[in-house]
Design a protein. Structure first.
Length: 102
């Protein structure tokens, strides 16, 4: 809304009336049925639904795989656990590159 002219108070009154009229048009009716109220709606694309489902599945996974921890702990205690530094470095780089893509 453009306000012009020397009658600033009249223009301000017109602006306030305009705002109030819009509020009335978007307010709930006395019956509470919500007539005249525009409602926002979110519609997810199929891809977004797949991403949301995948995130839910990932969130459902345990943070710690107890059976794997127990296996490795046993191998360490028995002196049978060998670490391959090159393999670890390769996995770190691979994960870093994948994270950059995401």
């Amino acid at each position: 809304m453009k306000i012009a002219g020397d009658h600033r108070l009249a223009n301000l009154d017109a602006y306030i009336k305009n705002v109030r009229d819009r509020e009335k048009a978007h307010s709930f009716s006395d019956t509470g049925s919500g007539e005249g109220v525009s409602k926002d709606e979110v519609v997810l694309s199929p891809e977004a639904r797949q991403i949301q489902k995948a995130k839910e599945l990932i969130d459902a996974l345990p943070d710690i795989r107890e059976e794997k921890v127990a296996e490795i702990r046993g191998r360490i205690e028995a002196g049978e656990y060998q670490i391959d530094g090159e393999k670890i470095a390769s996995k770190i780089i691979e994960e870093s590159l994948l994270n950059d893509l995401i």
